[in-house]
Ligand binder design. Structure first.
Ligand code: UD1
Length: 422
């Protein structure tokens, strides 16, 4: 198993290119199931989660080829397809559940394994299945699989009120509704940029969708969708993560492809912490205003609020601040697993349920630590870059799920970082 070893100290200066969004790509890929014509995605990130989705789609009978640039996915699904998404693949990645809506819309039935829990929480699928139920699907859980069948062979439009603005459920229902009979309205829909990106792609494929980016999305079902070519939106989580690099270490880093509208709530908190962000022709430039980071309180919320996927990285930064910060995690019930690892580096953190109190200690100390999930992994790397001495982060396979070329990107701005095999 590989580890990442970083030596702390030293400013970071230069440019970091930001990849296409993992979470957008993972919902755009299953959209290929909605059409018999080719769907091509450009600006796809090179990540193991994308390989997992590729394997899943191939197991369903889709053709998925990665072009030579590594960033273009050519997909097509013109023949008969298999409607069973097997546990062996689905268990690796929760986003596999995003094939449920498209399969049901295309074939009128589907058997999709439940993904199971993951380290950050139980993550049920009731919002997805209740919505599809209102669209005329009969869904039964048997042998660990959701067996779903559209009454009359085709889903029908419905008005669906989500109890919570679930990202995955919004994506699943939106895709399912594109081929349903009649109009579907999703109230309390998620407003994430990845939803808007999916809607943009589906519109290119001939879908009729309005209101994406707001809490009410309306989808008028059509009989068929065509092919399209679509660039994956910039990864706002990778963007936010690398924007923190100069905040931890000093120096000035320009994140190429960065956009303020993707990270508004995050930038507000950076400003309060004493970090300047400026728009440039190529992206966003980030620099500390002074040597000291100020404490700030953070509450994670659905977009446009502060993203849960940047909470671990921000907590790590606030460990180095002056003063006390309170972080409230409102999306996932168990998302402070990085705290004990940061404590091993000298951080002062107390966790009570969904709240963490972080007393800034100024400087962290290098230590061997263990990555517990994707975002925790990168937060430990950033913390290590600002700490004294050496930090070794083990179990970095989590990192490969969501960050491409971490070592290359951080080395290019001056970080002392290497990947080592045990
Ligand atoms: C997506 C992102 C993930 C991000 C999360 C929240 C992808 C591939 N992943 O995950 O990186 O952290 O949004 O921004 O896009 N819930 C239910 N029932 C459901 C569905 C969700 O109770 O049927 C709960 C979940 O357990 C969780 C919360 O709602 O506590 C948020 O989940 P959701 O917005 O659905 O996140 P994902 O789509 O899984």
């Amino acid at each position: 198993m590989d580890s990442i070893v970083v030596q702390g100290g030293g400013e970071l200066n230069g440019q970091i290119p930001i990849a296409g969004a993992k979470n957008a790509c993972l919902t755009l890929m299953p959209a290929t199931l909605l059409s018999e014509e080719p769907l091509t995605l450009t600006n796809a990130p090179r990540l193991s989660d994308i390989k997992t989705m590729t394997a899943l789609l191939q197991s369903l009978g889709a053709e998925v080829a990665t072009m030579q640039d590594g960033k273009t996915l050519a997909m097509s699904c013109h023949s008969d397809i298999n409607t069973r998404a097997e546990y062996e693949i689905v268990r690796k990645m929760r986003a596999s559940n995003l094939v449920l809506g498209p399969l049901l819309a295309r074939e009128g039935h589907a058997e999709v394994s439940l993904p199971g829990g993951c380290a950050i929480g139980a993550r049920p699928m009731d919002i997805h299945t209740d919505g599809l139920g209102l669209m005329g699907a009969e869904i039964e859980l048997r042998d660990g699989y959701l067996h779903a069948k559209a009454q009359g062979g085709r889903l029908k439009g419905a008005v669906i009120d989500f109890p919570f603005a679930s990202v995955g459920a919004t994506e699943n229902i939106m895709m399912a509704a594109t081929l349903a009979k009649g109009t579907t309205v999703i109230n309390n829909a998620a407003r994430e940029p990845e939803i808007v990106d999916l809607a943009d792609c589906l519109r290119k494929m001939g879908a009729q969708i309005d209101g994406d980016g707001t809490s009410t999305i309306t989808i008028q079902g059509v009989d068929r969708l065509n092919g399209a070519t679509h660039p994956v939106v910039t990864d706002r989580i990778e963007l936010g993560t690398y924007m923190l690099a100069p905040a931890f270490c000093g120096g000035e880093v320009e994140c190429l492809g960065g956009r303020l509208d993707l990270v508004g709530a995050f930038v507000q908190k950076l400003d309060m912490a004493g970090i300047d962000v400026t728009e440039t022709a190529k992206g966003l430039k980030v620099k500390r205003r002074t040597d000291e980071i100020k404490a700030v309180d953070i509450t994670t919320e659905p977009f446009p609020g502060f993203p849960t996927d940047l909470q671990a990285q921000m907590m790590a930064l606030l460990c180095t601040a002056i003063g006390t910060s309170v972080l409230e995690e409102k999306i996932f019930e168990n998302r402070f697993m990085h705290a004990p690892e940061l404590i091993r580096m000298g951080a002062d953190i107390e966790v009570h349920g969904g709240n963490a109190t972080v007393k800034g200690v100024g400087k962290l100390k290098g230590a061997p630590v263990m990555a517990t999930d994707l975002r925790a992994s990168i937060s430990l790397i950033l913390a290590g870059l600002a700490a004294t001495g050496e930090t070794k982060v083990s179990r970095v396979y989590h990192l490969d799920r969501g960050y491409e070329h971490v070592v290359r990107k951080l080395s290019a701005v001056g970080a002392k970082i290497e990947r080592v095999s045990e």
